[in-house]
Design a protein around this ligand. Structure first.
Ligand code: PRP
Ligand code: URA
Length: 208
Protein backbone atom coordinates (compact mmCIF):
# COMPACT_ATOMS: atom_id res chain seq x y z
CA UNK A 1 0.00 0.00 0.00
CA UNK A 2 2.62 2.42 -1.15
CA UNK A 3 0.13 5.19 -1.84
CA UNK A 4 -1.31 5.38 1.71
CA UNK A 5 0.11 8.18 3.87
CA UNK A 6 -0.86 8.39 7.54
CA UNK A 7 0.29 11.50 9.38
CA UNK A 8 2.19 10.77 12.56
CA UNK A 9 2.61 14.44 13.39
CA UNK A 10 2.13 14.92 17.16
CA UNK A 11 -0.26 17.85 16.66
CA UNK A 12 -2.41 15.78 14.31
CA UNK A 13 -2.57 12.90 16.77
CA UNK A 14 -3.37 15.28 19.66
CA UNK A 15 -6.17 17.01 17.76
CA UNK A 16 -7.55 13.75 16.40
CA UNK A 17 -7.93 12.44 19.95
CA UNK A 18 -9.96 15.53 20.88
CA UNK A 19 -12.04 15.10 17.72
CA UNK A 20 -12.97 11.53 18.62
CA UNK A 21 -14.22 12.39 22.13
CA UNK A 22 -17.95 11.95 22.44
CA UNK A 23 -18.12 15.18 24.49
CA UNK A 24 -16.66 17.32 21.70
CA UNK A 25 -19.49 19.62 20.63
CA UNK A 26 -20.09 20.66 16.97
CA UNK A 27 -18.31 24.05 17.22
CA UNK A 28 -15.12 22.48 18.62
CA UNK A 29 -15.52 19.51 16.25
CA UNK A 30 -15.59 21.82 13.19
CA UNK A 31 -12.56 23.71 14.50
CA UNK A 32 -10.60 20.46 14.89
CA UNK A 33 -11.60 19.21 11.43
CA UNK A 34 -10.30 22.51 10.04
CA UNK A 35 -7.02 22.32 11.96
CA UNK A 36 -6.26 18.68 11.14
CA UNK A 37 -7.05 19.31 7.47
CA UNK A 38 -4.44 22.08 7.40
CA UNK A 39 -1.76 19.60 8.41
CA UNK A 40 -2.94 16.96 5.94
CA UNK A 41 -3.09 19.37 3.01
CA UNK A 42 0.43 20.56 3.85
CA UNK A 43 1.68 16.97 3.55
CA UNK A 44 -0.51 16.05 0.56
CA UNK A 45 0.74 18.98 -1.53
CA UNK A 46 4.45 18.36 -0.95
CA UNK A 47 4.86 17.22 -4.58
CA UNK A 48 3.04 20.11 -6.28
CA UNK A 49 4.77 21.37 -9.40
CA UNK A 50 6.13 24.91 -9.29
CA UNK A 51 6.81 27.41 -12.05
CA UNK A 52 9.15 30.35 -12.11
CA UNK A 53 7.86 33.73 -10.94
CA UNK A 54 9.85 36.96 -11.07
CA UNK A 55 9.15 39.49 -8.31
CA UNK A 56 10.77 42.66 -7.14
CA UNK A 57 11.79 42.93 -3.48
CA UNK A 58 12.48 46.42 -2.04
CA UNK A 59 16.16 45.72 -2.81
CA UNK A 60 16.43 43.62 -5.97
CA UNK A 61 14.77 41.43 -8.53
CA UNK A 62 14.09 37.91 -7.26
CA UNK A 63 13.56 34.75 -9.26
CA UNK A 64 10.95 32.96 -7.18
CA UNK A 65 8.33 30.25 -7.64
CA UNK A 66 4.58 29.90 -7.75
CA UNK A 67 2.22 26.92 -7.82
CA UNK A 68 2.27 25.57 -11.36
CA UNK A 69 -0.82 23.35 -11.23
CA UNK A 70 -4.53 23.95 -11.58
CA UNK A 71 -6.13 22.34 -8.54
CA UNK A 72 -9.76 21.28 -8.10
CA UNK A 73 -11.17 20.53 -4.66
CA UNK A 74 -13.93 17.97 -4.59
CA UNK A 75 -15.63 17.82 -1.18
CA UNK A 76 -18.12 15.00 -0.74
CA UNK A 77 -21.32 16.36 0.79
CA UNK A 78 -22.01 16.73 3.56
CA UNK A 79 -19.09 15.84 5.78
CA UNK A 80 -16.39 16.95 3.32
CA UNK A 81 -17.63 20.55 3.58
CA UNK A 82 -15.72 21.16 6.80
CA UNK A 83 -12.44 20.40 5.04
CA UNK A 84 -12.89 23.01 2.29
CA UNK A 85 -12.07 26.28 4.08
CA UNK A 86 -8.70 25.20 5.48
CA UNK A 87 -7.57 24.22 1.98
CA UNK A 88 -8.89 27.47 0.49
CA UNK A 89 -6.98 29.39 3.13
CA UNK A 90 -3.74 27.64 2.15
CA UNK A 91 -4.32 27.62 -1.63
CA UNK A 92 -6.75 30.42 -2.52
CA UNK A 93 -6.57 29.67 -6.24
CA UNK A 94 -8.21 26.23 -6.03
CA UNK A 95 -11.64 25.75 -7.58
CA UNK A 96 -14.30 23.83 -5.63
CA UNK A 97 -16.69 21.33 -7.21
CA UNK A 98 -19.14 19.61 -4.86
CA UNK A 99 -20.22 16.00 -5.20
CA UNK A 100 -23.31 14.94 -3.25
CA UNK A 101 -23.15 11.30 -2.14
CA UNK A 102 -24.73 9.57 0.83
CA UNK A 103 -24.63 5.97 1.99
CA UNK A 104 -27.89 4.14 1.74
CA UNK A 105 -28.40 2.89 5.30
CA UNK A 106 -29.60 -0.55 4.16
CA UNK A 107 -27.41 -1.38 1.18
CA UNK A 108 -24.47 0.84 2.27
CA UNK A 109 -24.08 1.69 -1.42
CA UNK A 110 -23.35 5.34 -2.28
CA UNK A 111 -26.29 7.31 -3.69
CA UNK A 112 -25.38 10.27 -5.87
CA UNK A 113 -27.61 13.36 -5.54
CA UNK A 114 -25.47 16.30 -6.66
CA UNK A 115 -22.76 16.79 -9.27
CA UNK A 116 -21.73 20.25 -10.46
CA UNK A 117 -18.61 19.33 -12.39
CA UNK A 118 -18.15 21.58 -15.42
CA UNK A 119 -18.09 20.13 -18.94
CA UNK A 120 -14.35 20.18 -19.35
CA UNK A 121 -11.82 18.68 -16.94
CA UNK A 122 -9.39 21.60 -17.21
CA UNK A 123 -7.52 20.77 -14.03
CA UNK A 124 -4.17 19.13 -13.23
CA UNK A 125 -4.94 17.73 -9.79
CA UNK A 126 -8.21 16.86 -8.03
CA UNK A 127 -8.26 16.58 -4.25
CA UNK A 128 -11.25 14.64 -2.91
CA UNK A 129 -12.17 15.68 0.64
CA UNK A 130 -14.14 13.42 2.97
CA UNK A 131 -13.33 12.87 6.64
CA UNK A 132 -14.42 9.22 6.69
CA UNK A 133 -13.28 6.30 4.53
CA UNK A 134 -15.40 3.43 5.84
CA UNK A 135 -16.40 0.84 3.20
CA UNK A 136 -14.91 3.25 0.61
CA UNK A 137 -18.09 2.99 -1.45
CA UNK A 138 -18.40 6.79 -1.53
CA UNK A 139 -14.71 7.48 -2.21
CA UNK A 140 -14.52 4.84 -4.94
CA UNK A 141 -17.65 6.26 -6.59
CA UNK A 142 -16.20 9.79 -6.39
CA UNK A 143 -12.96 8.68 -8.07
CA UNK A 144 -14.98 6.82 -10.74
CA UNK A 145 -16.92 10.02 -11.48
CA UNK A 146 -13.77 12.14 -11.68
CA UNK A 147 -11.98 9.68 -13.96
CA UNK A 148 -15.00 9.45 -16.29
CA UNK A 149 -15.01 13.25 -16.35
CA UNK A 150 -11.36 13.23 -17.46
CA UNK A 151 -9.35 13.93 -14.30
CA UNK A 152 -5.81 12.64 -14.76
CA UNK A 153 -4.38 13.03 -11.27
CA UNK A 154 -6.47 12.49 -8.12
CA UNK A 155 -5.68 12.34 -4.40
CA UNK A 156 -7.99 11.44 -1.52
CA UNK A 157 -7.78 13.35 1.77
CA UNK A 158 -9.57 11.93 4.80
CA UNK A 159 -9.27 11.99 8.56
CA UNK A 160 -10.05 8.41 9.63
CA UNK A 161 -10.20 5.22 7.58
CA UNK A 162 -11.07 1.60 8.23
CA UNK A 163 -8.59 -0.96 6.91
CA UNK A 164 -11.42 -2.40 4.78
CA UNK A 165 -11.93 0.97 3.08
CA UNK A 166 -8.25 1.54 2.46
CA UNK A 167 -8.02 -1.90 0.86
CA UNK A 168 -11.05 -1.35 -1.38
CA UNK A 169 -9.97 2.09 -2.59
CA UNK A 170 -6.38 1.03 -3.27
CA UNK A 171 -7.55 -2.06 -5.15
CA UNK A 172 -10.05 -0.10 -7.25
CA UNK A 173 -7.76 2.88 -7.84
CA UNK A 174 -4.09 2.05 -7.16
CA UNK A 175 -3.06 5.34 -8.77
CA UNK A 176 -4.86 7.48 -6.15
CA UNK A 177 -2.75 8.46 -3.12
CA UNK A 178 -4.66 8.44 0.18
CA UNK A 179 -3.73 10.94 2.92
CA UNK A 180 -5.11 10.24 6.40
CA UNK A 181 -4.71 11.11 10.06
CA UNK A 182 -5.43 7.52 11.18
CA UNK A 183 -6.34 4.02 10.08
CA UNK A 184 -8.58 2.50 12.74
CA UNK A 185 -9.32 -1.04 13.80
CA UNK A 186 -12.39 -2.26 11.92
CA UNK A 187 -15.93 -1.57 10.67
CA UNK A 188 -18.87 -2.57 12.87
CA UNK A 189 -22.03 -4.34 11.65
CA UNK A 190 -23.45 -0.98 10.47
CA UNK A 191 -20.22 -0.15 8.61
CA UNK A 192 -19.20 2.50 11.14
CA UNK A 193 -15.50 2.89 11.81
CA UNK A 194 -14.41 1.60 15.25
CA UNK A 195 -13.21 3.34 17.36
CA UNK A 196 -13.78 6.17 14.83
CA UNK A 197 -15.70 9.26 15.86
CA UNK A 198 -19.30 8.41 14.96
CA UNK A 199 -21.06 10.17 12.09
CA UNK A 200 -18.80 12.95 10.84
CA UNK A 201 -21.65 14.87 9.13
CA UNK A 202 -23.91 14.76 12.17
CA UNK A 203 -21.11 15.76 14.52
CA UNK A 204 -20.13 18.78 12.39
CA UNK A 205 -23.65 20.01 11.82
CA UNK A 206 -25.34 19.00 15.09
CA UNK A 207 -27.83 16.70 13.40
CA UNK A 208 -27.23 13.49 15.33
C1 PRP B 1 -20.27 9.50 5.35
C2 PRP B 1 -18.89 10.03 5.09
C3 PRP B 1 -18.54 9.42 3.76
C4 PRP B 1 -19.22 8.09 3.83
C5 PRP B 1 -18.17 7.07 4.16
O1 PRP B 1 -21.22 10.20 4.65
O2 PRP B 1 -18.80 11.41 5.11
O3 PRP B 1 -19.02 10.18 2.66
O4 PRP B 1 -20.17 8.15 4.90
O5 PRP B 1 -18.72 5.80 4.11
P1 PRP B 1 -18.31 4.74 3.00
O6 PRP B 1 -16.82 4.77 2.94
O7 PRP B 1 -18.84 3.46 3.55
O8 PRP B 1 -18.96 5.13 1.70
P2 PRP B 1 -22.79 9.94 4.86
O9 PRP B 1 -23.29 8.91 3.92
O10 PRP B 1 -23.04 9.68 6.32
O11 PRP B 1 -23.42 11.29 4.41
P3 PRP B 1 -23.33 12.73 5.11
O12 PRP B 1 -21.91 13.21 4.97
O13 PRP B 1 -24.30 13.53 4.33
O14 PRP B 1 -23.73 12.59 6.56
N1 URA C 1 -19.53 7.63 7.94
C1 URA C 1 -19.25 8.29 9.09
O1 URA C 1 -19.54 9.48 9.22
N2 URA C 1 -18.68 7.60 10.07
C2 URA C 1 -18.35 6.29 9.97
O2 URA C 1 -17.80 5.72 10.92
C3 URA C 1 -18.65 5.64 8.77
C4 URA C 1 -19.24 6.34 7.76
Amino acid sequence: MDQVYVSHHPLVQHKLTLLRRVETEPKKFRELVREITQFLIYEATADLRLKDKQVQTPLAAYGGKEIGERIGLVPILRAGLGMVDPVLEMIPTVRVWHLGLYRDTKTLEPVSYYNKLPQEADVDLCLILDPMLATAGSATAAVDVLKQWGAQRIKFLGLIAAPEGVRRLTEAHPDVPIHLAAVDDHLNDHAYIVPGLGDAGDRQFGTG
